[in-house]
Design a protein around this ligand. Structure first.
Ligand SMILES: Nc1ncnc2c1ncn2[C@@H]1O[C@H](COP(=O)(O)OP(=O)(O)OP(=O)(O)O)[C@@H](O)[C@H]1O
Ligand SMILES: [Mg+2]
Length: 436
């Protein structure tokens, strides 16, 4: 028979082996790095211009970054930073290559959410982040899932739980409680809320002293940063329930939204959330902070079923928040009910030659109408997990597989990303203008 003490002992044993196992399976060369992109990719797939036009421009303007020349060929290979410099400095037919961004708005926030496990959330989040970065956007990813798939695929393996969504929530609890206590003391008697106390065990973690930037880490992509997650952050679900008891007026679901509001409006263009396969404190924070909800779903009947219950439960949870927080408490900027600028359902792992998939896609379209994304993401061997890291098709060098397989895989993600971007741009424009 086993108790929690036995479990703790097993964990101690496992922790002792952890660093040894890591050493056995990890070598420094396997650290995630970003490859260079060929002039074919830069011109035709990234800038959407003719390859000869591109080559001509490079030849005519020798002070533009020229990339590295392949040993045996004519292709030049460019780093992401070089691509971004070219984008800033080149105009084609007097048109800028810079991506569209509505003026005076903060970064646009999109949550990739569905409580169905394995729906393709992390794959979609990873590909949209990479596609957006290649499109010239500066991206911040937030990994809300303690499985940390997105963090691992972005090369972050040594994350302390203090620097995850859990840390952001605990920090928010302390700061919000202090703010409410102060506001309550200053208010006329009769309207005061009780003073709430945060126990030393939480305050002493020192999380309230962390700066906004302490939670953000860089990745192998110079224009993609991430608030990572790690297995230990699974604690957030349990801890948050306790925290709510410490301060019942704390708008726990708005912690991430407050955190993101503290980032300068122009620091990023897109914020992409990868959600865990559950409705809980973390996913509620993601959903509440999101301007747009993107719900991936596989093409099976059961996936349709669970997507349906996901939206039902989400509706209920958001309804409960609206009913549960009367307007009489000092909630700061929190507005209820939560309003999304847009919602889209996205079919993933779709096989166009599979009759059942086609029938399911039609059914999704009938049910979800305009909120169904037009371009499903096809099933592709190219993104199935390979080696230590989950890699996107954008990261994989096309010379490592047949060019046709790579092209098709990239094309399906490109189409889905384009639709995501177009949808985001319309919704982005509807956001309030910032004062900065
Ligand atoms: N378009 C695709 N083609 C082929 N394989 C895919 C595709 N999309 C996702 N997969 C594979 O399906 C599996 C689950 O995908 P993913 O991890 O993105 O799902 P998830 O919704 O994030 O899962 P979880 O709920 O556990 O977080 C992965 O092994 C991934 O490689
Ligand atoms: Mg995932």
């Amino acid at each position: 028979m086993y108790t929690h003490e036995d479990l703790a002992q097993l964990q101690t044993q496992s922790l002792k082996m952890q660093s040894w196992i890591r050493k056995q399976t990890f070598s420094p060369e396997m650290e995630k790095t970003l490859r260079r992109f060929s002039s074919w990719e830069v011109s035709e797939l990234i800038f959407n211009i003719n390859q000869s036009t591109f080559r001509g421009r490079l030849a005519a303007e020798p002070d533009l970054p020229g990339g590295e020349v392949e040993e045996d060929g004519r292709q030049r290979w460019f780093s992401l930073d070089e691509i971004n410099e070219l984008r800033r400095r080149m105009k084609i037919n007097r048109k800028s290559l810079m991506p569209k961004r509505p003026a005076g708005k903060r970064a646009f926030r999109a949550a990739i959410a569905n409580f169905k496990g394995g729906a393709g959330k992390s794959t979609v989040a990873l590909h949209f982040a990479h596609a957006a970065a290649l499109d010239g956007y500066r991206v911040l990813c937030v990994d809300f899932d303690p499985q940390a798939t997105l963090s691992h695929s972005m090369g972050l393996n040594n994350v302390s739980e203090d620097h995850t969504v859990w840390g952001i929530m605990a920090r928010d609890l302390i700061r919000e409680t202090d703010r409410m206590n102060a506001a309550s003391q200053g208010a006329a008697s009769g309207t005061t809320l009780p003073q709430r106390r945060i126990p030393a065990s939480i305050r002493d973690l020192g999380l309230d002293e962390l700066r906004v930037s302490d939670f953000i880490q860089t990745t192998a992509w110079s224009t993609i940063d991430i608030v990572p997650s790690c297995a230990n952050a699974a604690f957030v679900e349990f801890a948050s329930a306790q925290y709510r008891h410490l301060n019942p007026e704390w708008t726990f679901f708005a912690a991430m939204s407050r955190y993101l509001d503290a980032i300068p409006a122009d620091a990023y263009d897109l914020v992409i959330f990868d959600c865990p396969p559950a409705i809980g404190y973390q996913s509620m924070n993601a959903v509440f902070a999101a301007d747009m909800l993107y719900v991936p779903s596989g093409p099976g009947y059961w996936e349709y079923d669970s997507t349906t219950s996901f939206i039902g439960q989400l509706a209920e949870a958001l309804g409960d928040l609206t009913d549960g927080y009367p307007s009489t408490f000092p909630a700061g900027k929190v507005k209820l009910p939560k309003v999304f600028a847009d919602i889209k359902f996205l079919m993933t792992r779709y096989e166009p030659n599979n009759e059942l998939h086609r029938a399911m896609f039609e059914a999704f379209r009938k049910v979800f109408g305009d909120t169904m994304a037009e371009h499903p993401i096809e099933m592709t061997r190219a993104v199935e997990q390979s080696g230590r890291f989950l890699s996107s098709v954008y990261e994989i060098d096309y010379r490592d597989m047949t060019r046709e397989t790579w092209r098709r895989a990239r094309a399906t993600f490109d189409r889905a990303y384009e639709e995501f971007k177009e949808t985001a741009l319309v919704a982005w424009d509807k956001l309030e203008t910032t004062d900065e």
